[in-house]
Design a protein around this ligand. Structure first.
Ligand code: MRU
Length: 347
């Protein structure tokens, strides 16, 4: 399978290179972020998106801040890097990976004794975050492929693929690994209204790897389950708390339907997506702009003046989840949070 390089650090220009995911599948373009402000715009516009990729973006964002802050006084320099780092972390509130990636690299900046050392240590740690993410996705794929029977049809929602990570993917990583091990797997990709990450991105990357994929409207999922056309559901996650899995809006609906049809509902996520600190009720669900729902292809689909709600994520109670596939193996409720908190390397 051809590697997709979603997010990279370019040493020559000290900048972050991203695949612009807003342009797919029509155009494959990369964006170069030379400043923290440009990176924040890229995160806000979903040019880079998906929880693990946001973790890597946050990590490289702090390395970028460490290089772009122009201040000779070391104490003042640290304050300015921290301000930029927090601005990155607060750009999108739901995926915990973003603030996790930011904090991991910021902690290295704090431990530096000079600006030169902050440059060096921040990039070293950001590269480590990116490499670990790639390794985690391959490990998730290896563990999770055991759950996929030969000849299965797997329903997925949103894009939890290579484009949402450093490479390979979480939910789609499991599918890639199952296919690589010789299994025949078909994917049903829910289109994922309103921004169509399933139709645009999941279908694009699976087609590129010659994995059989069919796109359906989100509202067709229950119908296909009832017809016996789905064997299991595999999705990614933006944050996993003690009581719930937060993922793209519509995930909860699929979990309820899977339970109603006695189908396994699997979540695939690296340990960086777990939040040992907060409970589900404390998590901010990002609400995005009205126009994402009220316009389609540039045309208004909702009468002017009619309010719209556009929550980007929902929470699926853990008791609807059959298993969570991580880089450390397959976890089931009740989760061992002491182990998760240690392994996640919160600093
Ligand atoms: O708004 P997005 O596109 O960033 O939402 C992404 C998702 O909800 C993904 O399913 C999740 O981040 C898992 S990615 C491996």
């Amino acid at each position: 399978m051809k590697a997709i390089e979603t997010i990279l650090w370019d040493d020559d220009t000290s900048s972050i290179i991203l695949i612009d995911q807003t342009r797919l599948p029509l155009a494959y373009r990369v964006v170069r972020c030379r400043t923290v402000d440009r990176l924040i715009t890229a995160i806000r516009r979903l040019e880079v998106r998906g929880a693990p990729a946001l973790g890597v973006a946050g990590a490289y964002g702090v390395a970028l801040a460490a290089r772009t802050v122009r201040e000779k006084d070391f104490h003042r320099y640290l304050e300015m890097v921290e301000t930029s780092a927090l601005a990155i972390a607060h750009t999108r509130p739901t995926a915990v990976n973003l603030s996790w990636g930011v904090q991991r690299v910021l902690s290295r900046v704090y431990r530096s004794d000079s600006i030169a050392e902050a440059h060096h240590l921040s990039l070293k740690e950001a590269n480590k975050v990116a490499d670990e993410d790639a390794r985690s996705c391959h490990a998730i794929g290896d563990h999770g492929s055991d759950l996929i029977r030969d000849g299965s049809t797997v329903l997925t929602h949103c894009n939890a693929g290579a484009l949402a990570c450093r490479e390979w993917g979480t939910a789609l990583g499991i599918i890639r690994s199952a296919v690589e091990s010789g299994k025949e797997v078909r994917v049903i990709a829910c289109e994922t209204r309103p921004l169509l990450q399933g139709a645009r991105l999941t279908a694009w990357e699976l087609k590129r790897d010659n994995i059989e994929v069919t796109v359906i409207p989100d509202s067709a999922a229950a119908h296909l389950m009832r017809n016996g056309e789905i064997d299991c559901v595999v999705v990614g996650a933006d944050r996993i708390t003690h009581d719930a899995v937060f993922n793209k809006i519509g995930t909860y609906m699929h979990a309820v339907c899977a339970r109603a049809h006695s189908l396994p509902f699997y979540v695939a996520a690296p340990l960086s997506t777990f939040d040992p600190v907060h409970s589900g009720s404390e998590i901010i669900i990002e609400e995005r702009e009205r126009d994402e729902v009220a316009f389609y292809g540039g045309h208004a689909t909702v009468p002017e003046g009619v309010p719209v709600r556009n929550p980007a994520f929902d929470a699926t109670p853990l008791d609807l989840v059959s298993a969570i596939v991580t880089e450390s193996g397959i976890l089931q409720s009740p989760l061992d949070w002491d182990y998760i908190a240690q392994t996640r390397r919160v600093i």
